[in-house]
Design a protein around this ligand. Structure first.
Ligand SMILES: [Zn+2]
Length: 217
């Protein structure tokens, strides 16, 4: 019999990626998701064949440093180990349109190098709202000092919707964290998991959608 660690499907796991369809909301002004069908069985073709046109910041996705800094690496240059490994899910209570600070988290030590924050402030991936909560640069620095590799959030951005300066993105560049945005954590209890959220090796790209899962340990 296989050792349990080689058969993760025997573990309980959570899919934390919202479905991708034309209904999924994207940042206002960004390119909505569209799938064009080139060939289809109902059209008499012997195949179904399609292509997509979309922002890369779609649903559950990772941002490359080149998205938020002129000297930032593009996606294919990122070490995949950031997106694969021990991860803590932590619920936080924060009002809409506010930034999380270390004060929201400090009372319990962070237990894994990857942290996903459940704010509940972006409840429906198909309905855009500017009301979502975000990270503060202070929180990013606090995580960076503790050796964090990745920070993620259940909203479309680590910054507030109207923050043109992208303060937390800048802090994330400074502390060299990875970003996972747009995850759905509704049914995921707080705890420690194995995170799998691997980006495609899109050469030169600023982001990639991911199929993100959390495996119970
Ligand atoms: Zn993004």
């Amino acid at each position: 019999m296989l050792p349990a660690m080689l058969d993760l499907t025997r573990q309980k796991w959570h899919d934390i990626s919202p479905p991708v369809s034309p209904q999924i909301a994207v940042f206002p002004g960004d390119t909505a998701y569209r799938r064009d069908v080139l060939m289809a069985f109902p059209l008499g073709n012997n195949l179904e064949l399609s292509s997509v046109h979309t922002t890369l910041h779609l649903g559950a996705h990772v941002d490359a440093p080149s998205h938020y800094h002129p000297d930032g690496a593009s996606l294919e240059k990122r070490d995949l180990s950031r997106y694969l490994g021990a991860c803590e899910v932590r619920s936080v209570s924060v009002p809409p349109r506010t930034r999380l600070t270390p004060e929201h988290l400090k009372h319990v030590p962070i237990r894994a190098p990857r942290l996903l924050l459940r704010t509940g402030t972006y409840p429906d991936p198909q309905t855009w709202t500017n009301d979502f909560a975000a990270l503060s640069p202070e929180l990013v620095a606090w995580l960076g000092w503790q050796g964090a590799l990745l920070v993620g959030i259940d909203t479309p951005s680590v910054d507030l919707a109207d923050d043109a300066e992208l303060l937390s993105h800048a802090a994330i560049f400074q502390h060299d964290l990875a970003i996972l945005e747009g995850v759905v954590l509704d049914d995921v209890p707080d705890g420690i998991y194995l995170l799998v959220a691997l980006p495609l090796p899109l050469v030169g790209a600023d982001a990639s959608p991911v199929r993100a899962i959390l495996v119970e340990m």
